[in-house]
Design a protein around this ligand. Structure first.
Ligand SMILES: Cc1cc2nc3c(=O)[nH]c(=O)nc-3n(C[C@H](O)[C@H](O)[C@H](O)COP(=O)(O)OP(=O)(O)OC[C@H]3O[C@@H](n4cnc5c(N)ncnc54)[C@H](O)[C@@H]3O)c2cc1C
Length: 453
């Protein structure tokens, strides 16, 4: 039986149990170093949401919407509330999330802790830009954080991957929209050069823009752009997935043949609708993958790795084709390949992932050493291009890649609550740190668990 606490890539099993969050300052203080880590809904792909040497604090039970002001659009909610509940709650007042990731099954606290981005980064920046206030519990007590109140800790907590403390409440400014529906336009392209030519103008003219690439078929793809419609339709869709992968497949169902067939069908379907504006429901546009429950099971028991890089404008036109070539040459097709332009709106988050430039996302079935070697190659190309690798999509990057991606990681380590640590942080920052040691003795852990349970 799989754990309730696995991460989305399922490369390693999640723990069987967790304590209920949020923890009190006393519980954190009484814990051994690195004893805890908050857990949202496990939609991170790798090990930033795991703490195998300690225990997880499951935040999903703390999920109330506290207040919403329909004049200002400011929402206050507990950190464990899922984004789909926020959408449901605010839609009747004409508001939507200012920034949304590609799934609505994530918690508000997890989304802030990863400072998620959406298809409108060029227009709105990351989610952290829209956070007005955070309530945080650390070993040294409770803190109210904002751009004015303890801005350093506020910035370290946005994108801080659960390491600065436990976010208990968030005040978020929602976005007024004319409809939840969007008016979408699809523009097929035959080469990456053609995409790069269109990307700036597409961002300038649209709230949302993202491209899908058919990695098995040269450089072709489809640029999808959209703006909210003005038809006043605020109905929210039923959130239960219409299709579901009911059980674990014995091997990955994704291979060159199935991928080729899927890509050809997808490209054909999109090309048929190209060139004209179409009104589309919000769920299909923002969350197409949510329509298939447990789709990550298609990758089989060994799971999947996602590689997401952010590459500066100056080097993107060389580095992105180089990464696509590297995966082709390695004989490893990416099932889902997404390319997007990041804008230059800075996040308050110290460890926030986006940089002005382009971001490429590749999904690979885990084929062991062969896949790991490819991912190392992708890291190398990214770092040589002056870019960075996304930590919350990662399950294996080395400490050197991390240091090159986030040279200021030491500032984050200085703000970390000593009671909190993750497997990712041990593998990267603590391996780099001369003094750092996030590991804890089993006896200390047992003692600690007894205290908080
Ligand atoms: C299909 C799919 C599409 C996605 N698309 C995007 C996308 O477009 N853009 C993007 O940016 N991301 C995307 N993601 C990634 C996902 O949105 C993020 O990883 C998200 O932050 C996960 O939230 P979660 O609630 O599942 O948190 P978890 O994955 O459980 O945890 C995330 C991090 O937050 C910390 N955390 C959780 N709760 C708290 C809390 N209360 N206090 C402090 N720290 C906390 C955890 O310790 C961990 O470090 C996608 C993921 C999937 C599966």
């Amino acid at each position: 039986m799989r754990s309730d606490f696995e991460s989305f890539g399922r490369v390693r099993p999640g723990p069987r149990a967790a304590v209920a969050g949020p923890l009190t300052a006393e519980a954190l203080r009484d814990g051994a170093p690195g004893a805890f880590l908050p857990f949202g809904n496990g939609r991170s792909y790798g090990d930033t949401c795991h703490n195998d040497a300690g225990t997880l604090a499951d935040m999903r039970g703390s999920a109330r919407i506290i207040a919403f002001n329909p004049d200002s659009g400011v929402l206050e909610a507990e950190a464990g509330v899922m984004l789909h509940r926020i959408i449901d709650y605010c839609a009747p007042y004409g508001f939507f999330l200012p920034v949304t990731p590609g799934t609505r099954f994530v918690t508000l606290g997890g989304a802030v802790a990863n400072d998620v981005h959406g298809k409108n980064h060029h227009a709105r920046g990351t989610l952290g830009r829209h956070v007005e206030q955070i309530e945080l519990v650390r070993s040294d007590g409770a803190h109210t954080l904002s751009r004015n109140a303890n801005p350093a800790l506020f910035g370290a907590t946005i994108g801080g991957m659960g390491l600065t403390g436990i976010i208990t409440r968030v005040r978020l400014k929602m976005m007024k929209v004319g409809s939840l529906n969007v008016v979408e336009r699809l523009q097929p392209f035959a080469t990456l050069g053609a995409y790069f030519e269109q990307a700036d103008a597409a961002d300038a003219a649209n709230e949302y823009a993202v491209a899908w690439l058919d990695q098995l078929h040269g450089e072709r793809g489809v640029l999808m752009t959209a703006n909210h419609a003005d038809d006043g339709d605020y109905r929210t869709a039923v959130h239960a997935p219409r299709l579901s992968v009911p059980f674990e497949l014995p091997v990955s169902a994704l291979n060159h043949l199935s991928l080729r067939a899927f890509n050809a069908a997808f490209h054909f379907a999109k090309a048929r609708k190209a060139g004209r504006d179409r009104v589309t429901g919000f769920a299909g546009f923002f969350y197409p993958l949510d329509a298939v429950g447990n789709w990550n099971r298609l990758y089989g028991p060994a799971g999947l790795f996602q590689h997401q890089s952010a590459i500066p404008f100056e080097t993107a036109r060389q580095a992105i084709p180089a990464m696509l070539d590297a995966s082709r040459r390695a004989g490893q097709a990416s099932f889902l390949t997404v390319l997007k332009r990041f804008g230059d709106i800075a996040s308050p988050g110290l460890m926030s992932f986006p940089v002005p430039g382009y971001t490429l996302t590749l999904d690979f079935p885990n084929r062991g050493a062969k896949t790991l070697a490819l991912l190392d190659d992708l890291d190398r190309i990214t770092v040589e291009a002056g870019g960075r690798v996304n930590p919350y999509k990662d399950a294996r990057m080395g400490a050197q890649t991390f240091a090159a991606s986030y040279p200021h990681w030491g500032q984050m380590e200085a703000m970390r609550d000593p009671a909190l640590c993750s497997d990712f942080w041990r593998r990267t920052a603590l391996a780099l740190s001369k003094n750092g040691n996030g590991s804890i003795a089993t006896s200390d852990l047992q003692q600690n668990l007894t205290k908080v349970s």
